[in-house]
Design a protein around this ligand. Structure first.
Ligand code: WTA
Length: 559
């Protein structure tokens, strides 16, 4: 196996970790204001602290879209967040409330999150591509009372089906029947009291899919900042002069943790790109903002690779110094491609919504083994376990487990204690990820797949059950089994096997109709790219459950 030598990160992690006493998370605590007061607030540490430290004139957010470019200094960000916080407070939002945020990638999305958190609410960022039902399921599940959205997105908010929703704010200036948060903010003071909360109070809720049931609400507490700050420093290697770009929308946990919190905690300049993916647009953002640290996902890298070297050559990307990846297996070919075209190695990172921050990574100061996600970061211990919870021999396949706990571990699964406990099948000691992995003699961990039926398409977690349920709502579908099918660009695509009700006949038109039916209900990424009609679906003999595994086997070869 090839080994790529380290990049020489800015921070000597091994030294910070090994010298003196062994690394403990408590060592990070004195970096925060709450260390002295005992009370905490994520927004204070992300924004106000930097202004108080004399960094108010530094650029915090740098927004770039086709039409527009805007920058916000830390002081401007603070003023705007404060004014929005005052509006929210006046309009009844209190500590512990859920404030959902359904906005495109734009500074307003950051500001909305920070404002709600400043007054002690927990934010629920919703993915910008969600359709009606996905929006409804999430707000409904936790009786969300507040929503900040835009006029353009309103048509995807089924207000009538959401009795808990008290107030809907819009970021546009005038929309009949709605409170314009931006207009009201103009009338507000740019100073606002921070709501000081406990480390264990909720800061955000992210709904995420597993292999059964509807998406579950994963709640994180303010204490995540300890690890989000530290991984920003060690793994992203952020230093104050960096211009940093995380390509994820905050509706995906990566966009919240490493697109909003971690970079602001580290006081860097964060780039926000408004608009869709295209190789040209992305390279342009990097050239224009002189991005130095870039965090993205394998699907995006594969699409850039497919766009070709001639496209890339048109842009000056010499400011880049560190590239990272998350969300799906990072192919060695992609690492080699990046080395050729950027002269840099892509550093893989592994974590999950539930884990709240990175746990396994290729640190910039360590050798990379292409194909491996890296090793546990300092303060984290990982293992590969067998069915009984015993460690397997080096190189053998087993269940990826992390020794509990760590600062960013979820606080709870909303109203689902049983689900929370299911992550700890061997008792409190080991958190089980649901991923299959191997570990080599140097402690490098290699991802080998999921142990359940969860689908990972372009880094998006898709629960087969959700897609199956949606398909069954359509009159034509009698039964449905949904699996992930290997795909060169997206990692996996959603594939549905269905049987039809007998008054229906298979046609290209019907299949397209089913596809858009799921798309309209859930989201484009959940819609099956392939639908195959069968006479019957394979089932377990006793319980009659659809055997997704059998369906997957039918389909395990691409093309
Ligand atoms: C997968 C994303 C391979 C894994 C932050 C995990 C990965 C799930 C990697 C979590 C990686 C994440 N290599 N697979 N580097 N990182 N995964 O909650 O299956 O959207 O359990 O969080 O993505 O997805 P989630």
């Amino acid at each position: 196996m090839s080994i790529l030598p380290p990049l020489h990160g800015t921070y000597n992690v091994e030294k910070e970790w090994h010298e003196g006493e062994p690394f403990r998370w408590e060592r990070v605590h004195p970096e925060f204001t709450w260390y002295e007061t005992g009370k905490v607030n994520m927004t204070y540490e992300c924004v106000d602290r930097h202004v108080n430290d004399g960094k108010g004139e530094k650029t915090a957010l740098w927004y770039i879209s086709d039409a527009k470019e805007e920058t916000w200094t830390y002081r401007e960000l603070q003023s705007e967040v404060n004014a929005w916080a005052n509006v929210l407070r006046k309009r009844g939002v209190q500590k512990g409330d859920f404030v959902f945020i359904f906005l495109p990638k734009h500074p307003y999305c950051h500001i909305a999150m920070l404002a709600a958190v400043k007054i002690g609410a927990a934010v629920g960022p919703l993915f910008e591509a969600f359709m009606e039902e996905a929006v409804k399921d999430r707000i409904y599940d936790c009786d969300g009372e507040y929503l900040i959205t835009s006029e353009e997105f309103l048509e995807r908010v089924p207000e009538k089906e959401l009795p808990s929703l008290k107030t809907v704010f819009v970021t546009d200036k005038h929309v009949d029947g709605y409170i314009s948060i931006t207009s009201e903010a103009e009338e507000e003071s740019t100073e606002s009291e921070t709501e000081w909360v406990d480390l264990d109070d909720g800061v955000n809720i992210h709904y995420t899919s597993g292999s059964t049931g509807k998406p579950k609400g994963i709640i994180h507490a303010h204490r995540v900042m300890i690890q989000q700050y530290q991984t920003g420093r060690w793994v992203l290697d952020l230093k104050e002069t960096d211009v940093y770009w995380c390509t994820a929308h905050p509706g995906w946990v990566t966009g919240t943790v490493y697109g909003v919190f971690a970079p602001l905690l580290n006081g860097v300049t964060t780039v926000i790109h408004g608009g869709r993916f295209s190789a040209e647009a992305w390279y342009e953002v990097m050239e224009k903002a002189k991005v130095s640290v870039w965090y993205s996902a394998p699907t995006a890298f594969r699409m850039l690779k497919a766009a070709g070297e001639n496209t890339r050559k048109r842009y000056d990307l010499s400011s880049l110094r560190h590239i990272l990846s998350v969300g799906e297996p990072l192919n060695p070919e992609v690492i080699h491609w990046a080395f050729e075209v950027f002269g840099l190695r892509i550093h893989d990172t592994w974590w999950m919504t539930e884990t709240g921050a990175q746990l396994i990574a290729n640190l910039p100061t360590r050798d990379i083994k292409p194909g491996s996600m890296g090793r546990p970061i300092p303060g984290v211990q990982a293992a590969v376990l067998d069915e009984e919870g015993k460690e397997v021999a080096t190189g053998e396949l087993g269940h990826l487990a992390i020794r509990a706990d760590w600062p960013a571990l979820m606080k709870e699964v909303w109203k689902n204690e049983e689900k929370y406990r299911s992550y700890f099948p061997y008792g409190k000691e080991w958190y089980l990820a649901g991923d299959l992995a191997t570990m080599d003699e140097d402690g490098y961990i290699f991802f080998q797949g999921r142990s359940d039926d969860m689908i990972n398409s372009s880094g998006e977690r898709i629960g087969p059950f959700e897609v199956e349920s949606k398909l069954l709502e359509h009159g034509a579908v009698q039964e449905a089994g949904v699996v992930g099918k290997p795909d060169e660009i997206r990692g996996e695509i959603v594939k549905a096997f269905i049987t039809l009700n007998n008054t229906y006949e298979e046609s290209a038109y019907l299949l397209e109709e089913l596809r858009s039916f799921v798309k309209r209900g859930l989201a484009a990424h959940a819609a099956p790219r392939e639908i195959e009609v069968l006479d019957e679906l394979p089932k377990t003999q006793i319980s009659g459950k659809i055997l997704r595994r059998k369906l997957k086997e039918r389909d395990s070869t691409p093309g």
